[in-house]
Design a protein around this ligand. Structure first.
Ligand code: GEK
Length: 247
């Protein structure tokens, strides 16, 4: 496992390829996401706290787009509801392999954690079972926009009464001035975490066609269109936010 420092975009590239979740990214991912996403540790840890409030006895909990399983690990730290089981899903081989290693290490350190299984699957193809909690932590933004509503509707239909969806995303802002200011603050966050101008510029080029953020209003409307009756923002740090949506 041994995560390394993210220097993936540290040298000038003749052509910056589109970002993919390959072995190089998986190796540096814990460092990359912490230095790139304002509020990430708070969102991850509190996803566990929130999940504990909505998990139902003997039910499934999903972590969709789990990467290395940070949210799954947090849910295993916090959820003490009898008979729950976590299914973590990602379609990157490199992430899935490492995620399994991290969860095995967590099992070796702690007793009586919820059972957790990691599936190598596309969440757009996966048949969702009845579940009490679904975490979509920074994953929806990588799903083609035309398929987002259908995915959320399937999640809504699979949720048990009293369950919840936790949705965390990067935000864009409809107001141009607000967008520019919060974008500048995000760049300041990245610089403060040691990323150079070259790294910031090349990463942006790599990700711009792959990760397409929505505004908070678009999220709220889409969640309502998907059949959720209540949608609340529970956290925002600069241009990253997390919502809780109830069936
Ligand atoms: C965390 N939740 O640490 N099916 C399955 N997985 C997918 C799909 C798909 N269709 N599309 C993208 N992914 C994690 C962070 S990262 C966010 C999530 C980021 C996966 C992709 O392989 C990657 O591992 C993850 O979604 C997005 O809390 O890197 O900004």
């Amino acid at each position: 496992m041994n995560p390394s420092r993210d220097t993936l975009f540290g040298q000038p590239l003749v052509q910056v390829p589109d970002f993919i979740f390959n072995e190089d990214v998986a190796r540096v991912f814990p460092d990359m996401i912490k230095r790139s996403v304002p509020g990430y540790p708070t969102i991850v840890e509190n996803s566990g706290v929130l999940a504990a409030q909505f998990a139902k006895p003997n039910s499934l909990i999903y972590d969709l787009g789990c990467s290395l399983g940070a949210v799954t690990q947090a849910m295993r730290r916090h959820v003490r509801v009898e008979g729950c089981r976590i299914v973590a899903v990602d379609n990157s081989n490199a992430m899935v392999e490492r995620c399994r290693e991290y969860l095995n290490a967590q099992d070796a350190m702690h007793q009586e954690l919820l059972p957790a299984e990691v599936l190598n699957a596309d969440i757009l193809q996966l048949e969702l079972q009845r579940c009490s909690v679904v975490a979509l932590n920074f994953t929806l933004q990588f799903i083609p926009p035309a398929q987002r509503l259908q995915l959320l509707a399937r999640i809504r239909q699979s949720l048990l009464p009293g369950g919840a969806l936790i949705l965390s995303e990067k935000l864009r802002f409809a107001d141009a001035q607000e967008h520019e200011l919060l974008n500048d603050l995000h760049l300041a966050f990245k610089r403060a975490n040691g990323y150079s101008e070259l790294e910031i510029a090349q990463k942006r080029r790599a990700i711009e066609k792959v990760m397409l953020p929505d505004s908070l209003d678009e999220h709220r409307q889409r969640l309502r269109d998907a059949g959720f009756s209540r949608v609340h923002l529970w956290f925002q740090c600069i241009n990253f936010a997390s919502l809780i949506a109830l069936p």
